[in-house]
Design a protein around this ligand. Structure first.
Ligand SMILES: [Mn+2]
Length: 310
């Protein structure tokens, strides 16, 4: 390599705002990061449109070692595709674009990783996933069920996203982890629906992460395809202050990562990390935990797919 070329290679970062701080060769990795900077239906605190950028920024400055997996994820290349062009006044059109982008990535056998953005984007993502995977099991980390039929007159609100997913995507199974803030109607719907299971924060604290993870693994035992949706408000506001709808009594970062790394395996077809609102974040606490969630999920998939360890 000529000296000038080497200088440009070593001293110039060609993509400072790519996930991880640089852009590897696309064909070297199946992992495709896509930002979805939407906050069209935010009901309390907005700013989720700045989420993808903040996760990317944090991802460039943290270590990639997973203590849960005893594995250094620095070696896993992750390709950043960029952001979906969101139409802020049009939730339906935005979700259509998310769906088409996910479909296009699956066409290339890639694993879409969506950075939110409000939780509503999961509907677009899962509609895209079913273009390739007819049967999909969904594991959701969330303080909320998001099972309302409508919220403030809007059926495409973040508070209704899982209800729309049940109706339109018809997942094989759904497991909610860490729920604690819901209406009695939502809880009843979750209890009555045979393909839905959930564990509240209370259960997790009483039974421990190991037992809960075992329960989730058992529930999705017969699933060929798994999608993971991580709403950062599953965490306690002490660990994730910068979210749209914070709720007390949440999980710790350690619990979340322990559960992610115990549950995610080679059947993971895609995932999202949603609801980060940087304007309400303090000292980058939430964007750092969001970036690390992405890394833990990728590391767990990579290890169990390509290394067959653990
Ligand atoms: Mn939520």
């Amino acid at each position: 390599m000529g000296e000038h070329k080497m200088v440009l290679n070593v001293y110039v970062n060609e993509c400072p705002l790519c996930f991880g701080g640089f852009r590897p060769e696309r064909k070297r990795t199946p992992y495709s990061i896509v930002g979805v900077p939407m906050d069209c239906t935010a009901s309390f605190r907005n700013g989720q449109r700045w989420g993808p950028k903040a996760i990317r920024e944090a991802s460039a400055y943290i270590e990639y070692y997973s203590i849960h997996l005893d594995f250094d994820a620095t070696t896993i290349p992750v390709y950043d595709e960029g952001d979906v062009n969101v139409v802020y006044g049009d939730v339906f059109e935005t979700l259509t674009r998310v769906r088409k982008v996910v479909e296009a990535l699956l066409e290339e056998n890639r694993i879409p990783i969506l950075l939110g953005g409000e939780h509503t984007l999961t509907l677009g993502s899962l509609l895209g996933m079913t273009s390739k995977y007819k049967k999909m099991c969904v594991v959701v980390f969330d303080a909320h069920f998001d099972l309302r039929d409508e919220y403030l007159g809007n059926r495409l609100s973040h508070a209704c996203v899982m209800k729309r997913i049940i109706e339109q995507v018809k997942p094989q199974k759904i497991f909610f982890i860490g729920v604690r803030a819901f209406s009695s109607e939502e809880r009843k719907l979750a209890e009555d629906f045979p393909s839905i299971e959930f564990e509240t924060v209370k259960d997790i604290l009483k039974l421990g992460e190991v037992n809960i993870a075992a329960k989730v693994r058992k529930f999705i035992e017969d699933c060929d395809n798994v999608y993971l949706s991580i709403d950062l408000d599953v965490l306690d506001p002490a660990y994730a202050p910068g979210v749209g709808n914070p709720e007390p009594e949440g999980l710790s970062s350690w619990s979340l990562f322990e559960l992610i790394t115990s549950i995610v395996d080679e059947r993971l077809r895609g995932f999202d990390v949603v609801e980060l609102s940087p304007p309400y974040d303090i000292s980058n606490i939430t964007s750092i935990v969001a970036a690390k969630s992405v890394i833990e999920a990728i590391a767990s998939h990579y290890l169990k797919t390509f290394k067959r360890k653990r």
